[in-house]
Write a protein that binds this ligand. Structure first.
Ligand code: TRP
Ligand code: SF4
Length: 340
């Protein structure tokens, strides 16, 4: 008996960094093994176009890189339906219908719209498509009658809008056609970038999960540490943690890759007492990170060697996803008394 239908998506921005892997993706992967759960995971390529419409030439490469990372991490095309948004025309079709009933005021008050309008000034995103971003997202979710949507905290307003749009549709057309989904909040560990700021592609401070050994080593060696420690015997900050302004990105990353608290405490103590040099500490971090990433790197390389494997996965997933999308869209047209 199916208890949960999961749908989530990511915009194809290329390779994933370790922050992505420990956040949203780890959630997706654990959901695919829950009994009674059907998972749809979508490449949101139309959504990528809302901000990067001027040069979409890297889209195919970005999709390939992202999906390779998904599978290398453990997303399994045998367990989950992995598909591509723009290959199923019902996404754009349903978004158009939903746009008819969505009041502009709902879109203008969307916090991520306001935030991005002020942050992404150079991208000229004062467009119809960008304002309508959450309407398209609502279509993605509602087409699959998703009961649950795993998302990061930043996406909660979009999910609330989806629920409001579904309710309004059902209210106007007097039928219970669209299903209001619930959120499953993905963990969002605070992952420090190489420079100590939040890890983000736009800061160019990321460690990517597909990175090779020597690149990881180089990056970790360049990482921000406690600025008060110059000699190995200097005493470190009493709390070498990233929440603290004098904290250390190396320590923050050890936290993510060390499961035992005593080991972490011992490290913090050794740092504080001036008994651990930053270069040794970095070398140990390199070993843990590399250990964690090595099996995925291998899996990714063997997948990448099979040319066309990613598009095969996406084509097969798209065939499966289409069935549900088509059925919901049919009911929607029906509710409007538009013949199919
Ligand atoms: N907006 C989401 C993000 O930026 C991506 C996305 C598109 C999505 N469609 C979705 C997420 C549907 C969940 C459900 O992360
Ligand atoms: Fe950071 Fe480790 Fe150096 Fe301490 S020893 S400052 S935790 S890198």
């Amino acid at each position: 008996m199916l208890k949960k239908i999961i749908l989530s998506g990511m915009r194809p921005t290329g390779k994933l960094h370790i922050g992505n892997a420990l956040g949203a993706l780890s959630n997706w992967i654990s959901l695919q093994d829950e009994p009674g759960t059907l998972c749809y995971y979508m490449v949101a390529d139309w959504h990528a176009l809302t901000t990067d419409y001027k040069d979409p030439s890297a889209t195919e490469k970005n999709i390939e890189d992202m999906v390779l990372d998904w599978i290398a991490q453990g997303l399994d095309p045998e367990k989950s339906i992995i598909f591509r948004q723009s290959w199923i025309s019902e996404h754009a079709d349903l978004a158009l219908i939903l746009s008819m009933i969505t009041p502009l005021a709902w879109l203008f008050r969307n916090p991520s719209y306001k935030e991005q309008m002020s942050e992404l000034k150079e991208k000229e995103i004062a467009t119809h498509g960008f304002l309508g971003y959450p309407v398209l997202q609502a279509a993605d979710i509602l087409l699959y009658r998703a009961t649950h949507v795993p998302v990061g905290e930043d996406q909660l307003p979009h999910l609330e809008l989806t629920r409001e749009i579904a309710r309004r549709f059902n209210h106007i057309y007097g039928k219970n056609i669209l299903l209001e989904p619930a959120a499953i909040l993905s963990p969002s560990p605070r992952v420090a970038g190489l420079d100590g700021r939040k890890m983000s592609k736009s800061y160019e401070n990321c460690i990517y999960i597909s990175e090779n050994e020597s690149a990881i080593k180089k990056k970790i060696n360049s990482m921000f540490t406690d600025p008060t420690r110059i000699k190995a015997t200097d005493r470190g900050h009493p709390d070498p943690c990233p929440e603290n302004p004098t904290g250390c990105a190396v320590f923050a990353t050890h936290k993510l890759y060390t499961s035992q608290a005593p080991t972490l405490n011992a490290r913090a103590n050794a740092c504080r007492e001036g008994q651990l040099s930053c270069s040794q500490c970095k070398n140990e971090l390199f070993l843990s990170v590399n250990n964690a990433l090595a099996p995925m790197r291998e899996k990714r390389e063997s997948l990448a060697a099979k040319k066309g494997r990613v598009s095969e996965v996406l084509r097969a997933g798209t065939q499966k996803a289409k069935v549900m999308a088509n059925s919901t869209y049919g009911s929607v047209r029906d509710a409007l008394h538009f013949a199919v």
